[in-house]
Design a binder for this molecule. Structure first.
Ligand SMILES: NC(=O)c1ccc[n+]([C@@H]2O[C@H](COP(=O)([O-])OP(=O)(O)OC[C@H]3O[C@@H](n4cnc5c(N)ncnc54)[C@H](OP(=O)(O)O)[C@@H]3O)[C@@H](O)[C@H]2O)c1
Length: 322
């Protein structure tokens, strides 16, 4: 009786379940591969015309690193650029470079995003009457420049507020300023620069990675709310890019140069609303998720290793280790 049941019902049942499972995972894998090829490879040849969003692009933190690279690349693709950053002198240098290289119009607004709410009325005035099609919320800072315990941040009372103002408040307030015009026009693009550090909790970068997961969730939710009204909100999460923040480390296959990163990340517009920005970083993201998962990063073993690395770095900088 049992043997009859096994051969008549159980085995064929298991074969059907196994077949469906295999098909499900095969289709899921194929879809992910196709999606990756489309976003990171085909996008090079299948670019969105960014001029369709409007005449002007606003870039925060536009005088160096990724922000400067975005500003240049957007100008190259035919947009006029409004640069927002804290140093008036650097702003004019970058603006003149853009006008000379790409023949686009530029405007500058000097603002220090660590200062909080007080700066936004002046920024709003600077944006008034401009047809803003694209906003790149790029400005961001780390609190120590290296791995640190939360309590070891220098001047914590001031620094914590500065990081939150710069990494979180800037994104929400700049969005509030440009979004109504975009909704009214029925088109617009907001690019928010998060970080790979947000994809998993990252001890010893606690405040930084927490501000970046805010940027990720803010972007993804906002995209859901406004995509039906023609406004795309894209979250970009780079791994390592050679900039002042990463002490201009040598460019390699893993460590992108800022101009290459911005060019490739802009290609992904219209293909993905949440992206690592380039193929190399997407592959690093997959590898890190598999081989360095959240539970391992959060383990006390890992924190101790990071503490050692940080200690060694500090000794090297102060010259006590050779
Ligand atoms: N580099 C990476 O590997 C990496 C990885 C993941 C995510 N990110 C994110 O990418 C974004 C850009 O980083 P980055 O590496 O390009 O940084 P960066 O090289 O340090 O450049 C930052 C830019 O923002 C400006 N800025 C800094 N603090 C400011 C403030 N308080 N008010 C106004 N402007 C300010 C800087 O102006 P000054 O020239 O005056 O300093 C500069 O133009 C950040 O949000 C960062 O979190 C970077």
């Amino acid at each position: 009786m049992d043997t009859d049941f096994n051969s008549a019902v159980l085995f064929p049942g298991l074969v059907v379940i196994g077949g469906f499972s295999f098909l499900f995972y095969f289709l899921k894998f194929s879809w992910k591969v196709w999606w990756g090829v489309r976003v990171y490879v085909l996008s090079e040849y299948w670019k969105t015309d960014l001029r369709k969003y409007g005449q002007w692009a606003v870039v925060t933190g536009a005088t160096a690193g990724i922000g400067r690279a975005y500003a240049n690349e957007l100008a190259k693709r035919g947009l006029d650029i409004l640069l927002v950053s804290r140093s008036e002198e650097k702003l004019h240098t970058v603006a003149m470079e853009i006008e000379r290289l790409y023949g686009r119009k530029t405007c500058v607004i000097q603002a220090d995003f660590t200062e909080g709410h007080a700066i936004y009325p002046a920024i709003a005035e600077g944006l008034h009457n401009l047809d803003i099609g694209i906003l790149v919320n790029n400005v961001g800072m780390n609190y120590a420049g290296e791995l640190r315990y939360f309590l070891d941040i220098a001047n914590p009372e001031q620094r914590i507020t500065e990081v939150i103002n710069c990494n979180i408040l800037s994104v929400t307030q700049m969005t509030r300023l440009v979004l109504p015009h975009m909704v009214e026009k029925g088109k617009g693009l907001i690019i928010n620069v998060s970080s790979e550090a947000a994809s998993q909790p990252q001890p010893m970068l606690t405040l930084y990675c927490a501000t970046k997961i805010f940027v990720t969730y803010f972007s993804r939710c906002l995209n859901s709310e406004y995509s039906s009204q023609g406004v795309t909100v894209q979250c970009v999460a780079p791994c390592l890019v050679s900039t002042n923040m990463t002490r201009n480390l040598t460019v390699t296959n893993f460590m992108k140069s800022a101009p290459d990163y911005a060019r490739e990340a802009l290609n992904t517009v219209g293909h993905s609303s949440h992206t690592s920005g380039c193929l190399s970083h997407a592959l690093q993201h997959i590898a890190l998720t598999i081989f360095f998962p959240g539970w391992l990063r959060l383990s006390s073993f890992c924190v101790r290793q990071m503490e050692k690395i940080s200690h060694r770095k500090l000794q090297k900088t102060t010259g006590t280790l050779h």
